[in-house]
Design a protein around this ligand. Structure first.
Ligand code: SIN
Length: 290
């Protein structure tokens, strides 16, 4: 986006997108522990803008872990083999000759099928392809705000059914895959359990409401007829990912992005066949959605 709004922080520089969703943060070195006032401002910027990114931040894996732990405990990352000796770091690696669909290619909020899904996810770019490989984010807050009063009333109190069955189930997408994939995905019947969460979730820091459903992990609505639930979910999915709610993040090497799973969806775009892409990912533990 061409224009940015520069917000009034004391210890960091925050350049936000004009619609307020997504912001670049400079003026700090995240490889070192942040001063309390700096950390507080980063947290405020994260809560306000949903997705924040820090360009030009080379990080070792130790530094990435230490940065993450300033925001809370690590989250639990199921169904994917973590890096050797790093149970809380995933390497999202796609080799130039891989034909399998890139990891994270469907809209989702990370691990929303868990009882306490991660509040945030951190992604640090190690190798970025010369074309493609963007990450797209959809703002569930503005998508909720713009719903009609009738729709808001209809959604009030509904509980959505989340499950990892579609991607990670024993007969899920990954289990049926025939193309080579570098990342080790562990498909399992454990992915077939269900978890209820409010369809509209209130952010514990900002108090803002956001739509909390995704086509990857939301498989129904509790107590609602299947056909009616799928119709409503389909309408909500289409509504949430309209261009006006989407921020397309373009990566540079050594950039760190921190997003808020409590109020936004994301999707990893492809378009870089023939090129290597390597990212390191951690999650920050969250609370039971309310
Ligand atoms: C993901 O965490 O879903 C993947 C994001 C990306 O690789 O851009």
């Amino acid at each position: 986006m061409a224009q940015t709004q520069v917000s009034d922080f004391q210890s960091i520089e925050v350049a936000a997108n004009p619609d307020g969703f997504g912001a670049g943060i400079t003026g700090l070195d995240i490889s070192k522990p942040l001063q309390p006032e700096t950390l507080q401002e980063v947290k405020e910027a994260w809560a306000a803008h949903g997705v924040i990114y820090f360009p030009d931040q080379p990080l070792t894996l130790d530094e990435l872990e230490a940065f993450t732990l300033q925001f809370g405990e690590f989250g639990e990352d199921p169904f994917i083999k973590s890096m050797e000796g790093r149970p809380h770091v995933l390497e999202l690696r796609r080799e130039p000759d891989e034909k399998a669909t890139n990891f994270g290619a469907g809209w989702h909020s990370d691990w929303s099928f868990q009882e306490t899904p991660p509040a945030g996810t951190i992604l640090h770019s190690e190798v970025t392809p010369p074309v493609g490989g963007d990450t797209l984010y959809a703002d569930g807050r503005r998508a909720y705000d713009d719903l009609s009063d009738e729709m808001k009333a209809r959604l009030e109190g509904l509980m959505a059914i989340h499950s990892a069955i579609l991607p990670y189930g024993s007969k899920g997408l990954f289990a049926q895959e025939t193309e080579k994939r570098t990342m080790k995905i562990i498909s399992s019947t454990k992915a077939e359990t269900k978890q209820l969460h409010p369809l509209v979730r209130t952010h514990p820091v900002t108090g803002r409401k956001a739509l909390y459903v995704s086509p990857t992990y939301t498989i129904g609505i509790d107590g609602m007829d299947e056909a009616e639930a799928q119709k409503l979910l389909g309408e909500l999915f289409a509504h949430m990912v309209q261009d006006k709610y989407v921020y397309r993040h373009k990566w540079q090497q050594n950039m760190l992005t921190l997003w808020d799973n409590r109020c936004c969806l994301h999707l990893a775009d492809g378009g870089y066949d023939g090129h290597l892409r390597v990212m390191h990912r951690t999650t920050i533990a969250g609370n039971v959605p309310a």
